[in-house]
Design a protein around this ligand. Structure first.
Ligand code: PLP
Length: 409
């Protein structure tokens, strides 16, 4: 494959290993824990790094390697390290670049477990963290100290889809000599490539869009070849958050359709967001594709489209929120996103439960917020499902207020 192939072609071909023995079209699955050395000398050479080749799957595997090459090519980065989960990728990127006494600046609204890792785990090992609202450069620079090493963020921010300015943040990081890490799970390289804004490390939960079929948990870190070597040798090799070759194989299979899946997710999500915005029961819709959203100005600038995740707040209390979810017929009540199936969840009680209520409100996650991942089903069916749930809640609320009026009289 030509190095400068289009990203749609890379999704299918990048990193492909040719099977000279049998000519397999599909990626061979090397489901093996270890690799046989011809003799003691070869084993010694492999361990000394004097000969290319595999040793043991925790250190590397040919199927996994193809997955790493594919995502790295699509992100426009030199190399990648696959991990057992998205959190494995976040942990590896942070642990490889932080030691006791170092300081980290993170966006205050991030994926729930990334927040917990930084706020509750890294701090146990003498790593300091400051959470800031990264919408303004001043907020970030005010938090940077002598010992600051890393800046961490995701955009759009889970779950209410606030968009952060990657160009601005990339510049601040360079000016202060910080290693910048962006979680690109929500958009994938199809819609956003942080490297174009000087970001050093991109992490993914491959569980989501990259795989896209809801049958794997996995992650990946993309960066320079030197950084990936550092991450593999200092953290992954010893901590062991290695991906299973079978999972890498499934993701490679899923990724072939990533370009067309993302196109469909974006198109349907836009229609769903417009529908929700037109419904009186819905107080606010958070989707950067909408003109009403603060992130809309970044479309075409740092992101090609807004992705498939929408958050919205309905008029009503926390019970109405829970009831709403219970009324869904096509949508499944489940966390995660990026699958063929449409999913719905309640961040306050699910994904963002690692936050305290105070931390949650501070990060802009209200109790009535609902998040959906728009799947690949017919968009008419998706909208109809939301419509019938909205109608049920509206009827219940109407009956309740009527009862109040009757009681009052
Ligand atoms: C799901 C997710 C993660 C964690 O990934 P896992 O594969 O579940 O470990 C990290 N960041 C974001 C934005 C996510 O959506």
């Amino acid at each position: 494959m030509k190095k400068n192939s289009h990203i749609d072609t890379q999704a299918i071909h990048a990193g492909r290993i040719n099977d000279d023995q049998f000519g397999s079209l599909a990626t061979p699955l090397y489901q093996t824990s270890t690799f046989i050395f011809k003799d003691a000398e070869q084993g010694a050479q492999r361990f000394a790094g004097e000969q290319e080749g595999y040793i043991y799957t925790r250190l590397g595997n040919p199927t996994t390697r193809q997955f790493e090459h594919r995502v790295a090519a699509m992100e426009g980065m030199e190399d990648a390290a696959a991990t057992a989960t998205g959190m494995g990728a976040v942990s590896a990127a942070l642990l490889a670049n932080l030691s006791a006494g170092d300081h980290l600046v993170s966006s205050k609204a991030v994926y729930g477990c990334s927040y917990a890792l930084m706020a509750h785990q890294l701090t146990r090992f003498g790593i300091e963290v400051t959470f800031v609202d990264m919408d303004k450069a001043e907020n970030i620079t005010a938090a940077i100290k002598e010992n600051t090493k890393v800046i961490f963020l995701e955009t759009p921010i889970n779950p209410n889809l606030v968009v952060l300015d990657l160009e601005m943040i990339g510049k601040v990081a360079k000016q202060h000599n910080l290693i910048s890490i962006v979680d690109n799970t929500f958009l994938t390289p199809m819609l956003q490539r942080p490297v174009e804004f000087g970001i050093d490390i991109v992490v993914h939960s491959a569980t989501k869009y990259l795989n896209g079929h809801g049958d794997v948990v996995a992650g990946i870190v993309c960066a320079s070849a030197e950084m990936i070597q550092h991450i593999k040798m200092t953290v992954l090799k010893d901590i062991g958050a290695t991906i299973s070759p079978h999972d890498a194989w499934l993701i490679l299979r899923g990724m072939k359709t990533l370009p067309i899946r993302m196109e469909r997710h974006c198109k349907s999500a836009m229609q769903v967001a417009e529908f929700l915005e037109s419904e009186p029961l819905v107080k606010e819709v958070f989707y950067p594709g909408l003109k009403s959203h603060s992130g809309n100005k970044f479309i075409g600038k740092q992101m090609k489209a807004a992705g498939g995740v929408i958050a919205f707040e309905i008029n009503g209390d926390i019970n109405d929120g829970a009831q709403f979810i219970n009324h869904m017929q096509l949508f499944s009540i489940a966390v995660s996103l990026g699958d063929a199936e449409s999913l719905i969840q309640h961040p306050a009680s699910m994904t963002h439960s690692p936050y305290t209520q105070e931390e949650r409100l501070d990060a802009g996650i209200s109790d009535g917020l609902i998040r959906i991942s728009v799947g690949l089903e017919s968009v008419d069916d998706i909208i109809n499902d939301l419509k019938q749930a909205i109608n049920k809640i509206a009827r219940q609320q109407g009956a309740a207020s009527l009862k109040k009026v009757v009681n009052f009289s």
